[in-house]
Design a protein around this ligand. Structure first.
Ligand code: CU
Length: 266
């Protein structure tokens, strides 16, 4: 009797999981960048892992039903079955390749920006996001970790002429023009953080001591949320930020209105 109940429960879990997936409960927010490829990739992952999940659980349900305890029935010992084992090895290997290969290709594309990308620096620290835009010259000024201090969290080098027209947005939203490829270069000055914008389908770790990067093109004007996706201390839950995607002229006007490092307008 227990075997029958267990088999029915397993079949019920499978049916519930399939229904929740088909009904798209807990699905993605609407896409707002060029990375629709990630949605395709996740659909492939859901299908491959879904088939494995359904097959394994229904097989267990069948086995606990078929081989449930009965009077007078005895188990027998089967030493090995090379053919079945090799089949399982190859099927599993194929499944892993299908899951891994698109991810590697996607990652390679996400870190290789187009030439005309607008470069913006992201600075992560406990527990806020700040940004640095290059001025007219399109070049971010030099930084040095030895200069990082509470009054100079970016570690900017005041001597570098390329940095004179840089614009800092300290603990402010990230403002971006719509339709323009953007390359984010990420730094962290304390611990690991991870910059994640769900609507853009991009996420990248910010690692102390190195610069990581990723690019995307925002495709819809609007306000989106940045969340930190790496546990980074007691304030991690509150490490939110905002992305404001604006029309290009509006973005230009905002950037021009900001004070630069040299104190003049860019
Ligand atoms: Cu964080």
């Amino acid at each position: 009797m227990q075997g029958v109940l267990l088999a029915v429960a397993l079949a019920g879990i499978v049916a519930g999981a399939v229904l929740l997936t088909l009904a798209r409960v807990w699905w993605f927010p609407p896409l707002a960048s060029n990375w629709g490829a990630l949605d395709t990739m996740i659909n492939v992952t859901v299908i491959v892992t879904g088939i494995a999940f359904i097959a394994v659980n229904l097989f267990i349900a069948y086995a606990v039903y078929k081989y449930r305890r009965r009077e007078g029935r005895r188990a027998f010992f089967l030493a090995d079955n090379p053919r079945l084992e090799w089949t399982l090895v190859w099927v599993t290997a194929l499944g892993i390749v299908v899951l891994l290969a698109p991810g590697l290709a996607y990652y390679a594309r996400v870190i290789s920006p187009p030439r005309d990308a607008l470069v913006v620096e992201v600075l992560a620290q406990q527990w806020l996001w700040s940004y640095r835009y290059p001025g007219r010259d399109g070049v971010l000024g030099r930084t040095d970790i030895n200069r990082v201090s509470p009054t100079n969290p970016f570690g900017l080098d005041p001597e570098d002429p390329a940095g004179k027209d840089d614009v800092l947005a300290f603990a402010q939203p990230l403002r971006l023009p719509v339709g323009q490829p953007v390359l984010l270069r990420l730094r962290a000055i304390d611990v690991l953080h991870s910059f994640y914008i769900p609507e853009f389908r991009v996420k990248m770790d910010a690692v102390p001591g190195m610069v990581t990067q990723m690019w995307f093109t925002p495709t819809r004007v609007g306000t989106y949320q940045v969340v930190c996706a790496e546990f980074c201390g007691i304030g991690h839950y509150n490490m939110f930020g905002q992305v404001l995607v604006m029309e290009a002229p509006e973005f230009e006007a905002w950037l021009r209105s900001q004070a630069t490092l040299a104190g003049s307008r860019p």
